[in-house]
Design a protein around this ligand. Sequence first.
Ligand SMILES: Nc1ncnc2c1ncn2[C@@H]1O[C@H](COP(=O)(O)OP(=O)(O)OP(=O)(O)O)[C@@H](O)[C@H]1O
Ligand code: NI
Length: 299
Amino acid sequence: MRGGRSVAAVTDADFDLAAGECLALVGESGCGKSVLASALLGLLPGNAETEGSALLDGTDLLAAGERTLARTVRGRRVGLVPQSPAAHLTPVRTVRAHLTETVRALTATPRGGRRAAAEAAAERAAFPAGHLDRYPHELSGGLAQRAATALALIGDAPLLLADEPTTGLDRELVDRTADELRRHADAGKALLLITHDLAAAERVADRVAVMYAGRIVEITPAARFFGGPGPRHPYARGLLDALPERAFTPVPGLPPELSDLPEGCAFAPRCARATEACAVRPDLVASTACHHPWGARDA
Ligand SMILES: Nc1ncnc2c1ncn2[C@@H]1O[C@H](COP(=O)(O)OP(=O)(O)OP(=O)(O)O)[C@@H](O)[C@H]1O
Ligand code: NI
């Protein structure tokens, strides 16, 4: 950034995602979820720097050049449901034109079958056939969201990144969209579902990764996260307790500025379990980065 300052938007993200698996990535606004997804697609802003590797079937996405990314990765090997779908649609083309063009570019469907394939893609994402000839500015947020999901599913990519794919949808459509994305995983593909909607995550995820201030602080099977023992990291437990159908108690305080992170555990200032030990940053050990994780004896 200006003045030589830098922001650690994502740090030490270390996880794997198997074919056929859905990993939900959750955490408060600004914690780095979208930056992580953008990094995997080579879509970070020009001022961003990355280190490390992100392997997809042997290709290091962080090392790949723009040409490789554009020709063989984006859409083909890594699909994206972008967080702001309206901004990713071309203003002068209808939804039908977007879908048909994507079918042409990403599938072997012969010319005569493309219209039907475009309509089938819309149907998968619950985009109403009657609105296919609308232009992006004529779409509500929820319709733009469904158009983006329809577009992202067409390429049948081995890895699908869905960044808040259910924003602006009511519960029935959230469930329908989540189930459709889950079918993508069930067909043997990997799904990274970025979401604020823990109910959607519970519905379809195999594992849950919780991010706080740019770091993954817990990564755990969904059955454990939502079920009996619950998460081990106090922040992860706080997210669940904030749900209206649970304690409805928000996590107190606000996340830190990423440009001004504390030395030790970034969550300590908001954590009821924090002690002097938390002045040292905890490593991710046994799936949790915390000096005082919840365990069996707390339950
Ligand atoms: N180009 C940039 N320059 C400076 N800071 C940036 C840049 N891009 C991202 N950031 C920082 O990274 C943080 C993480 O942003 P990101 O969009 O990944 O959050 P998020 O978890 O996806 O949030 P939300 O849930 O609101 O979508 C931002 O709050 C911002 O501080
Ligand atoms: Ni985001």
